[in-house]
Ligand binder design. Structure first.
Ligand SMILES: *[C@@H]1O[C@H](CO)[C@@H](O)[C@H](O)[C@H]1NC(C)=O
Ligand SMILES: *[C@@H]1O[C@H](CO)[C@@H](O)[C@H](O)[C@H]1NC(C)=O
Ligand SMILES: *[C@@H]1O[C@H](CO)[C@@H](O)[C@H](O)[C@H]1NC(C)=O
Length: 263
């Protein structure tokens, strides 16, 4: 409960409401329309039940569900961010499973991302495949004023050069995080996360693609999140990953904007 409250305080600066369970990105593939009550739709419900019950213990699962007709097979993946508790993971996956059926009731290829977890299913066997075909960027519209843009680019580059290799190590389960002092008063916090079905090579490739977007859409911005189905990367001027650094003072976040990334 305590972690939830702390997180809400941080989120408060980002979004006006303090609901822990707001999805930050979802995608319903309009080329995967299905009808309500179809066998595929029922299989999705069964798949979701498995994802909800089995994800929290390891923070990650891939599974398939198939009825007598194998062309109705659905593949699923669910993953919690590597630094969050089992309890928060469980809550997040439950919310995700419920919400995705509300936002994509008529599609068999659907994805939903929260700060704490990601859930995806499809009739296509997407497990283990790198996917940066579409995504979303959130950025803080405020410019960095603490340093000049060149210094900021260098510091940001150095931070991500440090945490990306950590994330692709097998023991890291796709998660890398770290911080770097920008000035005596400002610390840059960074996090990268791949889905755990990816090879180290594909994970690294995904990060490279995402970090490139920092340099364009988020250039010299006070915070940025680049979100894909296979990975996401994020930096902020305030602590946002666990364990939270409570010695830091609160965030001073302003307006957040977003940009869609399409093929
Ligand atoms: C799928 O359904 C949506 C409306 O729910 C429609 O806009 C879209 O064109 C459909 N896609 C295909 C490929 O039929
Ligand atoms: C899904 O399909 C049903 C029945 O075809 C329709 O009533 C409903 O509006 C659709 N929902 C969305 C979000 O497209
Ligand atoms: C940030 O800097 C850019 C480029 O110098 C400028 O166009 C933009 O208006 C600035 N944004 C804010 C919120 O000050």
């Amino acid at each position: 409960m305590k972690t939830l409250i702390v997180n809400c305080l941080l989120l408060l600066a980002l979004v006006s409401s303090c609901r822990a369970a707001d999805s930050i990105w979802n995608l319903c593939n309009k080329n995967s329309n299905i009808s309500a009550g179809s066998q595929i739709s029922k299989n999705i419900d069964s798949l979701l039940a498995t994802l909800v019950s089995k994800t929290p213990s390891q923070g990650f699962i891939t599974t398939t569900f198939s009825s007598y007709n194998t062309k109705d097979t659905v593949y699923g993946l669910a993953q919690c961010r590597g630094d969050i508790s089992k309890t928060d993971c469980s809550t997040c996956i439950q919310d995700a499973a419920k919400k995705i059926r509300e936002v994509c009731p008529n599609q068999s290829d659907s994805r939903i991302l929260y700060d704490f977890c990601f859930l995806r299913y499809s009739q296509e066997k997407f497990i283990g495949k790198l996917d940066t075909s579409s995504g979303l960027i959130y950025y803080n519209v405020a410019n960095v004023t603490e340093t000049d843009p060149k210094t900021f680019d260098n510091e940001l580059g150095a931070l991500f050069d440090k945490i990306r290799p950590e994330a692709v190590l097998p023991k890291s389960q796709g998660l890398g995080k770290g911080k770097k002092k920008l000035t005596p008063f400002v610390t840059l916090n960074g996090l990268v996360q791949c889905t755990r079905d990816l090879s180290a090579l594909d994970c690294a490739q995904c990060f490279a693609t995402a970090v490139q977007s920092f340099m364009t859409a988020c250039h010299n911005k006070k915070g940025c999140r680049v979100l894909y189905s296979s990975c996401y990367v994020r930096y902020e001027f305030y602590p946002f990953y666990f364990p939270l650094d409570s010695t830091r003072t609160g965030p001073s976040v302003g307006t957040i904007s977003s940009v869609r990334l399409s093929p």
